[in-house]
Write a new protein. Sequence first.
Length: 143
Amino acid sequence: MDLSNSLENLKILVVEDDKDMRDFIRLSLEKEGFKNTWEAEDGKIALSLIKQQNFDLVICDWRMPVMDGLELFKEMGKLGNRQNTDFLMVTSVNDAEGVKTAIKSGIVNYVTKPFEPDTIYQKVLATYEKKQKRLAASDPVWK
């Protein structure tokens, strides 16, 4: 399936407090052809951006100061016009309890650190494909 034209236009927000990791994710996406990536260093800044504009996907670190990824996810769920924004949680490999909590909260897509550049691309691709199926079935992320 050739998704390159659709994928390159996805509007992606990368939320990560560690600048090096944020740059790594953004550059990994740009290397794969994504042309519309935005950045925020914490959940509060991300929420402000999300209230101002629509994103197709938010890639968000779990543990951050000010507002963590789970809190951002919950706040996004309160925004009625953001029901088709997908959410990909980034967490540390040693955070099994965090992953369980995230899944219980409704987060179904996550990637564990450390990861290779191709891993983030594959997760974005899988999320995009799920979104296409969900939209065809009219099933929003936020229930």
